[in-house]
Design a protein around this ligand. Structure first.
Ligand SMILES: [Zn+2]
Length: 488
């Protein structure tokens, strides 16, 4: 009897060991150097003169020397493999989301996917359950895993009913100062103005944010027009369709119901944008992602989509059991979305032509919007809207840096932070050259692309192992249900 019990105990122990082992994260990525020279490279600061045959010396996270290549540099054989390549500033994603901290432990993988696609700074545009940002900050600060620079808005600020668990509720304009002070005290970098706020409450929030010196970005609430809400950094082109053309509670209609947006409405938007100096972060790729539902089956096998664990494809983005944003998406929605998508690109071009301020952001984790890769897609969509490629690069680097309040980023200069991308071909001449990325320098640490890709592959395999897969799908169902405090 005792022997039997012992055998059972051993068998159970072995099972537990296997499960724990299979849930253990793969080895993190290591940088190869943080003190190096890039001799005889072509440095491109988008929008500025191209500097050929220059040399960069990086040390302690900074560019300590940036000068024309000369004899003195020739002695160093350190990083000659990058000779004659193209060096650009790292990409900045102005609208990203990190995954909640849960048994899946996706934080380090999301950060890695950003780095592997050349994204060296992200602005976290709302931590929906309040667990994502702290874990990312802690992990990176302790050196447990690397990642891009992280700016974060923290909680969403909205009216009742809260859409997400981590919402700072404003019941009246009088709440604005308390909310702004709390967000500031928690060390966040921006205020995310969200749904169900009135014009008066938004105004109060902007004044309070101004007093605590935090920028405001966010959604135009469903009940307001773009030019009524005047969100300083408006996301997703919300508010362009008039409120009466949306279907209350139908999240997809907000992205899709653009049929009444005509020439005159676009002209009004451009004029209001100029008048109020509004920045727009259109996140075209999030609409493009929704269009993926035209062929949900095929998207399941897309190799970039498959970088993420199955829980995204089968649970989070499921039209049946996923987040409310995709639940019940219909053929009619998709037909409207197609037309809306074309109009959004037109509006982006009109805003660009009017010299209005634009930003490149992705809204990662929305349907089929994969961290890192989606940044390349958004750049391509800007380009396809009719914006010259070097201008797209300028927006994704220097303009985004200014827009998110970190003007020291997004440029390559002596004394500046070392966030650099090294390409074999000039990606400002051909969008396809984004695929010739050979190394990423993030906060002065050099990661060759092979190391990045191998680390991505280790993580991909980990999340597709059967134990991690089963656990994640089960946990995902519970978490989607929990994260959503209101399904309307
Ligand atoms: Zn978002």
């Amino acid at each position: 009897m005792i022997r039997k019990l012992l055998l059972v105990a051993i068998a159970l122990g072995a099972c537990a060991f296997v499960i724990i082992k299979s849930l253990e994260l793969p080895a993190p990525l290591n940088h190869v150097s943080d003190d190096f020279m890039l001799p005889a490279v072509t440095v491109i600061n988008p929008g500025e003169a191209v500097r050929k045959n220059h040399t960069l010396v990086v040390r302690d996270g900074k560019i300590v020397r940036f000068a024309a290549f000369d004899l003195e540099f020739r002695r160093d054989k350190n990083t000659t493999i990058y000779r004659n390549m193209f060096v650009l500033p790292g990409l900045i994603d102005a609208h990203s989301h990190l995954p909640p901290d849960n048994p899946l432990k996706l934080t380090s993988y999301f950060l890695l996917l950003n780095l592997a696609h050349g994204v060296t700074t992200i602005r976290e545009a709302g931590d929906v359950d309040g667990t994502a940002v702290a874990v990312a900050k802690r992990g990176m600060a302790s050196g447990a895993f690397p990642g891009p620079r992280l700016l974060a808005c923290g909680p969403l600020v909205g009216g009742e009913p809260a859409v997400w668990a981590n919402t700072q509720i404003m019941n009246s304009a009088a709440d604005a100062m308390r909310v702004a002070k709390e967000i500031k005290a928690q060390g966040f970098d921006c205020i995310k103005s969200y749904d169900h706020l009135s014009q008066e409450e938004i105004n109060a929030l902007k004044n309070a944010a101004n007093a605590v010196q935090l920028p405001v970005m966010g959604h135009v609430p469903e009940s307001l027009r773009y030019e009524e809400a005047v969100i300083p950094d408006t996301q997703h082109l919300f508010g362009v369709p008039l409120p009466e053309n949306l279907v209350p509670g139908d999240r997809i209609s907000r992205s899709a119901n653009w049929d009444e947006v005509d020439d005159a409405r676009m002209a009004e938007i451009v004029a209001a944008t100029k008048r109020f100096n509004i920045i727009n972060t259109p996140t075209l790729v999030s609409t493009f992602g929704l269009l993926g539902f035209r062929n949900y089956e095929a998207m399941q096998t897309d190799h970039k989509v498959k970088l993420l664990p199955r829980v995204y494809r089968d649970v989070v983005w499921s039209p049946d059991i996923g987040l409310p944003a995709y639940r019940g998406i219909t053929k009619q929605h998709l037909i409207k979305l197609e037309r809306a998508f074309e109009k959004k690109k037109q509006l982006v071009k009109r805003l660009y032509d009017a010299k209005a301020r634009l930003q490149i952001g992705t809204d990662t984790q929305l349907a089929f919007v994969v961290p890192g890769h989606s940044m390349h897609q958004e750049m391509e969509l800007f380009h396809r809207s009719g914006i010259p490629l070097d201008e797209v690069w300028r927006i994704a680097t220097v303009k985004n840096a200014q827009g998110i309040g970190r003007p020291e980023l997004g440029r390559v200069y002596e004394g500046g932070p070392a966030d650099l991308l090294i390409f074999e071909k000039d990606p400002t001449q051909d969008i396809k050259a984004l695929e010739t990325l050979v190394a990423v320098v993030a906060q002065g640490k050099l990661y060759p692309i092979q190391e990045l890709e191998e680390a991505v592959e280790r993580h991909r395999l980990h999340y597709h192992g059967w134990v991690a897969d089963l656990v994640s799908v089960a946990a995902g169902r519970i978490l989607v249900w929990k994260a959503v405090t209101s399904t309307n």
